[in-house]
Design a protein around this ligand. Structure first.
Ligand code: AMP
Length: 479
């Protein structure tokens, strides 16, 4: 099928030609004619499928008729993150080179005054994150009665981020007669309900389910010991050995691990940047821009920050942590091997990651090859069990040796045991200061504490320790 048969205007076809696209992707072929017929569309597709052009191209065609009025945008596109919103704006710039349309971006972290000026000039396309849009609306700077087309993009991501109430509110502020284009990679019940409430007889277009990984991406697993120190060493080994590594995104499951790994790679003199949800907007944009331009070679990122990013030239993806949600694996490795290029994705696996690996292999219906030795999960589980048994036995033995223990150290022991449990469950845990005076302890001080506690007097088996003595002190209520 060619783009010429879809009903797009001459101006849009010229821009598509200039972009170098030969054929429409499945979501484009399915959605574009429906949008041009002014039907509501329910597109089930993820990023990387050409989803953005499936709504921007027909919107540009439809916007050729009519004019914008001050503070009354003609179309509205809602995106879950600032990065995605900025990316959609870039798409309008790219495909709209032959149009004279006003495109405004309303995202957090940018001054209201500049955004207000743009709205006053009249906006053909308004691209916004839900929170910032509502802020403008509440300040009376924005009227939504003129919106003819509403696009809700990445709806399942909006759900993850808690934006659904905002979306519902916005939908109710826009005339019922609008055309709605709704995109989501998955259709959990909450999203299904939303489509039933806000779409009218939509054309449903579903492409490649989220479970499919691109054939262009070579996937490999690498066994690693579970301590962060060892994992970082394994990662560096992979980075050194990776063939044709031009640039890479390194994914961590937690924000604070993004920072730690970033600092470690920096110390080892890698050309590295970081991207996570707590960074301010300017820094995030700067990081991305530098990564796109090749000034930064490695980008350490969390899932929220990286979801949907379109960086066409990524050669490698490294999962420093195996993702807890199998679907995130598909999204992560989808950052490489885009637009027909080839890519490589490595995943570090520790001996307690079996269930996550199993879920990924089940979802993607494939078995991923290991580099070097694989992990014998059964044997590792047995070893862990045996270790636990030994440590229990030695604890009982040591408590039998301390018959003369008193109540005061018992309280201490109860507290320190809690700390030890926490530190083994989640190594880098931080205990925040509480009003009860429990001070902040970092990973280092936690382990120090646990070492010193080993020598603390313990109780004999027969001594009853009241449960309240084992509890952490409760924080005092603020008066
Ligand atoms: P998206 O799913 O919108 O994030 O797009 C993924 C990538 O595919 C982007 O880099 C687009 O520029 C590219 N793309 C979109 N449509 C086409 C097409 N018809 N042919 C080739 N590449 C495309």
């Amino acid at each position: 099928m060619s783009f010429n048969t879809l009903g797009l205007s001459e101006k849009v076809l010229a821009a598509v030609d200039a972009a170098g696209y030969k054929d429409p992707t499945a979501i484009q072929a399915g959605a574009i004619p429906q949008v041009l017929e002014r039907r509501d569309v329910l597109g089930i597709a993820q990023t990387g499928t050409g989803k953005t052009a499936s709504f921007t191209l027909p919107m540009l065609t439809l916007l050729e008729k009519g004019r914008a009025r001050a503070r009354m945008p003609r179309t509205l596109i809602l995106e879950p993150t600032r990065e995605l919103a900025a990316q959609v704006e870039e798409n309008f710039e790219k495909y709209g080179t032959n149009h004279k349309l006003n495109v405004a971006l309303l995202i957090g972290g940018v001054s209201f005054a500049d955004q207000d000026k743009k709205l006053d000039r009249g906006t053909d396309v308004l691209i916004a994150t839900p929170g910032r849009l509502l802020d403008h609306f509440e300040r009376g700077k924005l009227l939504l009665q003129g919106v003819e087309i509403l696009v809700i993009d990445e709806a399942d991501r909006m759900l993850d981020m808690g934006f659904i109430p905002d979306i519902e509110r916005i939908c109710k502020l826009i005339p019922f007669t609008r055309q709605t284009l709704f995109f989501s990679a998955t259709m959990p019940p909450e999203i299904q309900r939303l489509t039933e409430t806000f779409l009218q007889n939509p054309a449903r277009i579903e492409v490649a389910p989220t479970s499919s990984t691109s054939e262009n991406v070579a996937q490999r697993l690498k066994a690693s010991a579970s301590k962060d120190y060892d994992k970082r060493a394994t990662l560096r080994e992979l980075l050194e050995d990776a063939e044709d590594l031009k640039n890479a995104i390194v994914f961590c499951n937690r924000k604070r691990d993004v920072s730690t790994l970033f600092r470690s790679l920096e110390r080892h003199e890698y050309n590295v940047g970081a991207l996570h949800g707590d960074m301010d907007q300017r820094t995030r944009m700067m990081m991305l821009e530098n990564f796109r331009k090749g000034n930064i070679k490695l980008l350490v990122a969390s899932d929220v920050a990286a979801r949907g990013l379109d960086i066409p030239e990524v050669s490698h993806v490294f999962n420093y942590d195996i993702p807890i949600n199998a679907e995130d694996y598909v999204h992560r490795i989808g950052r490489t091997g885009r637009a027909g290029r080839s890519g490589t994705a490595y995943t570090l696996v520790t001996d307690s990651d079996q269930k996550y690996l199993k879920a990924i292999e089940e979802l993607t219906k494939q078995s991923i090859d290991w580099i070097g030795e694989s992990i014998d999960f059964e044997a590792a589980a047995k070893e862990r069990k045996a270790k636990r048994r030994t440590s229990k036995t030695s604890k009982t033995a040591s408590s039998n040796d301390n018959e003369a223990a008193e109540a005061k150290p018992a309280k201490k022991r109860g507290q320190s045991r809690r700390r030890n449990e926490t530190s083994s469950a989640e190594e880098a845990v931080e205990v925040k200061p509480s009003t009860a005076g429990v001070s902040t302890i970092s990973q280092k001080s936690t382990s120090k504490k646990s070492r010193s506690d080993k020598s603390a007097p313990a109780f004999s088996e027969g001594v009853h320790i009241p449960a309240f003595l084992l509890r952490e002190p409760r924080p005092k209520k603020a008066s």
